[in-house]
Write a new protein. Structure first.
Length: 273
């Protein structure tokens, strides 16, 4: 294909062509999905049987009538506030630790030797590779049952996530202001506080709010292993097949997540103005 400047451009191969990488990738994905269906014992006939549908219908009908007794709602409010506190404190600890680890994990300018970049990033990878539920299970041995283990589990996993995100933000920040301050012989900490950090602060706040939203959901699940909050109530009442109480706990989870999502969206809107 020739342009007005007589330059020749090579068109990409058609989709249904042996040289098309997209075609071979699509074939590989379809083959993988087909192999997954073939190897898994998916009992669709039993799942869609009349008895299974009848039991699911009865289960859904019981969930549509949440328990609204005042005594139970007081317990539910306490568990909701406990879940909120776990997520907020865990996120706050992760912000502090993640920012502290992001500094040695980032190479902020060309003359920065970044001797601790590799080991620190390996530590951050290890922290975030272990899910919150596994962290909570491990910490229950030392911290015991209750929200303390859940808070520490959220803090450890989120430290790995935020530390890596913060480090990437610091590395990708424009080096002009920092270089101008550094040329005056100022140390690394003042350069960070007065040049690098103000540039990336909105991005760091956005990452923090996003992780807080995720931690709200994670904190509601951590109680399943005894880490307190709504998850512990959910595991208790589901274990006893108390569907009205289970329904009320699920509604509280949905309301809490919606409120936090709305709050974080409002904060982002204010920061972007």
């Amino acid at each position: 294909m020739k342009t007005a400047a007589n330059e020749t451009y090579k068109l990409p191969p058609a989709l249904f062509h042996s040289r098309s990488k997209a075609l071979w990738f699509a074939i590989a994905v379809v083959a993988l999905v087909g192999a997954s269906f073939a190897t898994l014992d998916l009992q669709w006939a039993k799942f869609l049987s009349a008895d299974a549908l009848r039991r699911m219908g009865r289960f859904v009908a019981e969930l549509l009538v949440p328990n609204t007794a005042p005594a139970f709602l007081r317990k539910l409010l306490t568990a909701t506030l406990e879940t909120l506190a776990m997520s907020a404190l865990g996120t706050l600890l992760a912000v502090v630790c993640g920012l502290a680890l992001a500094l040695p994990a980032s190479k902020t300018h060309a003359d920065d030797h970044a001797l601790w970049r590799g080991p620190t990033r390996a530590l951050l990878n290890a922290l975030r590779s272990i899910p919150e539920l596994v962290w909570a299970t491990l910490l229950l041995v030392s911290a015991g049952l209750g929200p303390f283990a859940g808070t520490l589990a959220l803090a450890l996993h989120t430290t790995g996530v935020l530390g890596r995100l913060f480090a990437e933000s610091l590395e990708n920040a424009p080096d002009g202001p920092a270089q101008a301050v550094r040329a005056r012989g100022v140390g690394a900490i003042p350069v960070l506080l007065y040049a690098s950090l103000p540039q990336v602060l909105p991005q760091l706040v956005s990452y923090t709010l996003y992780r807080w939203e995720n931690n709200i959901r994670a904190a509601a699940v951590l109680g399943v292993v005894g880490a307190g909050g709504l998850g512990q109530m959910l595991a208790f009442h589901m274990g006893l097949f108390q569907m009205p109480e289970t329904s009320a706990v699920l509604v509280a989870m949905l309301v809490l997540v919606a409120l936090v999502d709305g709050l974080s969206s409002g904060v982002r809107w204010v920061l972007m103005r």
